[in-house]
Design a protein around this ligand. Structure first.
Ligand code: KG4
Ligand code: ZN
Length: 496
C-alpha cells in the first residue's frame, strides 16, 4: 500500500468509494476543482494498482480543515483510515497547520471511531448540518499535530520514549521505555498492605492510594530513567479494564501531563499489556500465538494471530484463577494475596494427597470453571475440621494448585492444537506460579511449542508492559483524546 497525490484519472474510483460511504457525497466536479490548488493536499491510498482510500485537507493559517476522507468498505478496520488521517495531517503541518479540524455526521459511528482513535475531541455540534438527512454535524479537533507526528516518526524508527502509567487495580506503577522494548525504568508502589487486612482489594482505598502515590511514582520513574517530560514522546495509560475509581486516577494524571506538555496520550488495554509483557523478555517472539491470561480478575485463552489482534477462545465461567487462589487462601487463613502463599506452601505438600475435582477438564470447549473446585476445597476443610483432624495445609495447597494447573494446561494444549499457534504466552499475575509454569512448559515441549513467560516482576501488574503495548499503538497512530473516559469493562478485542 502506498500514498500519492490525487490525479484526474483517480476520480472515477474515488467517486465510487465516496458514494458508498456518505449519504451526501461530493460531486465529480468538486473533486476535479480541488486538484492543483495550492492550499490543498489530496492523497489516494493505492494497493495493487487499485485506489482503496483517499482524503483531502485545506490549510488556512494554522488550521488544517479535513475536507473529506473515506476508504473502501473491504479495507475498513485495517488502520488505513488512520494512515490517511496522519498523511494529511503531515501535509497540513508542513503548510503551517498546528491542528486539524473537521465535521462528521453525528450518526456516522465508523468515522467517529476513526477520528477518536487519532485522539480527536468533540468540540461542538452543528444542528441539522447535512441537508439531505437533517443529521447534526459534530465538530472535531485534533490535539497539537507536531508532537503526535514526531512521536509516530520516533516510534517507526524504534526510538520513541514512552512514559507509561498503570493504576487499574492495587498497584500504582510508572515506567519509561525506549522503542517499546528497552526498559529505562519500572517503578511499582504496591498497596497490598492496605488491602490485606480486608482480605481483598477495597476500591475506595485503591483510588485514594493511587491519588497519593502517582506523582511520586512517576517522578521516580523519570529520575531512574534519567529523563524529563521533555524527553518523552508520549504518555501511555491503562484505560481499562479495572476498577473505575482506580483507572480514572491514572487517566486524569496522563491527561494533566498532556495538557501541560502537549504530549500525545496513548490508551492501553490492561489485558493487552499483560500479553506484551512476554515480548519484553523475548524480543523475537512472533505470532501466531496463544496467550493464557490468568490474573486476579481474568482467566482466558486468547488467539493472537498477529500483534494487536485478539480473539478470546474461552475463559472462566465463574471465578478467575487468581481469585480462586485468593479465596482458598482466605479460607485457610493465609491472608491476601493468596497466590504467592499457596504456591510457597504447595512446594512442601503432596499434589496427589487430595483428589480435588477438575471441572470441565474433558469438555470440548476452551472454557474452565473454578468455583466448583473452590467449593470442593471448602467442603474438604469443613469435613476435616468436623472430624477433628489436623489440616495438612501444604497438602491442601498442593492438591488445589495441581487441579487448577491440570485444567489450565489441558485447555491450553487444546487451544494450541486448534489454532496452530507457534508459541504460547503465559501472562497475568498467576503466571508467577512456578507449578503452572513448569507443567505448561513440559506439556508444550512435548508438542515442540515454546512457552514464553515474563519474568516474575512483569507477570503481576506493572507499567513496563503498558509501555510495550503503547509502542505498537504509536506506530499505528492510535491516540486518546482528552475527553476519553476510563472503560472499566473494556474487552480485549476492543482498543481504546
Ligand atoms: O495480574 P495481577 O497482578 O492483577 C490483576 O490484574 O488481577 O494478578 C494478581 C493475582 C492475584 O489473584 C494473586 O493471588 C495472583 O495473581 N498470584 C498468584 C501468584 N502470584 C500472584 N497466583 C498463583 N501463584 C502465584 N505465585
Ligand atoms: Zn493485571
Amino acid at each position: 500500500m502506498r500514498m500519492r497525490p490525487l490525479e484526474y484519472n483517480d476520480i472515477p474510483a474515488v467517486l465510487a468509494i465516496e458514494r458508498a460511504s456518505f449519504p451526501d457525497p461530493w460531486a465529480e466536479s468538486s473533486f476535479a476543482d480541488e486538484i492543483g490548488r495550492t492550499d490543498r493536499s489530496w492523497k489516494v491510498a493505492v494497493s495493487e494498482e487499485r485506489v482503496v482510500g483517499y482524503g483531502g485537507v485545506m490549510t488556512v493559517g494554522d488550521e488544517g480543515h479535513l475536507l473529506d476522507l473515506a476508504v473502501t468498505p473491504d479495507e475498513r478496520g485495517t488502520g488505513l483510515g488512520r494512515k490517511l488521517v496522519w498523511e494529511l495531517a503531515a501535509d497540513a503541518a508542513r503548510a503551517g497547520a498546528s491542528r486539524l479540524t473537521l465535521e462528521v455526521a453525528a450518526s456516522n459511528d465508523i468515522a467517529l471511531a476513526l477520528y477518536r482513535s487519532c485522539g480527536f475531541d468533540v468540540a461542538g455540534r452543528r444542528p441539522g448540518y447535512y441537508p439531505s438527512t437533517g443529521d447534526d454535524a459534530l465538530l472535531l479537533w485534533s490535539r497539537p499535530l507536531k508532537p503526535h507526528l514526531a512521536a509516530m516518526r520516533a516510534a517507526a524508527a524504534g526510538e520513541d520514549i514512552i512514559l507509561a502509567v498503570e493504576s487499574s487495580c492495587d498497584e500504582t506503577a510508572a515506567s519509561v521505555m525506549r522503542g517499546g522494548r528497552e526498559e529505562l525504568s519500572n517503578v511499582i508502589a504496591s498497596q497490598v498492605d492496605f488491602h490485606s487486612r480486608f482480605g481483598g482489594v477495597v476500591p475506595e482505598i485503591a483510588s485514594r492510594k493511587h491519588t497519593e502515590a502517582i506523582v511520586g511514582v512517576v517522578d521516580e520513574a523519570l529520575e531512574a530513567a534519567g529523563v524529563t517530560f521533555e524527553d518523552c514522546d508520549a504518555v501511555a495509560v491503562t484505560a481499562g479494564p479495572g476498577l473505575v475509581g482506580a483507572l480514572v486516577v491514572g487517566l486524569a494524571y496522563a491527561k494533566g501531563v498532556a495538557c501541560s506538555t502537549g504530549l500525545p496520550v496513548v490508551g492501553v488495554n490492561h489485558l493487552e499489556g499483560h500479553i506484551y509483557a512476554a515480548r519484553l523478555l523475548d524480543p523475537d517472539l512472533q505470532p501466531p500465538l496463544v496467550a493464557l491470561l490468568v490474573s486476579g480478575g481474568h482467566t482466558m485463552l486468547v488467539d493472537v494471530p498477529r500483534w494487536g489482534a485478539y480473539t478470546v477462545l474461552g475463559g472462566t465461567l465463574d471465578d478467575a484463577a487468581g481469585e480462586a487462589f485468593d479465596k482458598v487462601a482466605k479460607l485457610l487463613g493465609l491472608g491476601y494475596p493468596g497466590g504467592p502463599v499457596i504456591s510457597r506452601l504447595a512446594a512442601e505438600g503432596d499434589p496427589g494427597a487430595i483428589p480435588f475435582p477438575r471441572p470441565m477438564l474433558r469438555t470440548d470447549d476452551l472454557d474452565v470453571s473454578l468455583s466448583g473446585l473452590k467449593t470442593a476445597v471448602i467442603q474438604y476443610v469443613e469435613r476435616e475440621r468436623r472430624g477433628g483432624r489436623d489440616l495438612r495445609i501444604p497438602d491442601i495447597a498442593a492438591s488445589f494448585q495441581a487441579a487448577v494447573t491440570e485444567v489450565q494446561v489441558t485447555k491450553t494444549l487444546k487451544a494450541v492444537r486448534g489454532t496452530g499457534a507457534r508459541a504460547v504466552v503465559l501472562a497475568g499475575g498467576v503466571a508467577a506460579n512456578p507449578a503452572l509454569r513448569e507443567a505448561l512448559r513440559s506439556a508444550l515441549a512435548a508438542e515442540d511449542v515454546p512457552l514464553s513467560v515474563p519474568p516474575l516482576g512483569l507477570c503481576t501488574d506493572n507499567a513496563a508492559m503498558i509501555a510495550a503495548a503503547a509502542h505498537d499503538s504509536l506506530v499505528a497512530g492510535r491516540f486518546l483524546g482528552l475527553d476519553a473516559d476510563a472503560v472499566p469493562g473494556l474487552r480485549l478485542d476492543r482498543k481504546m
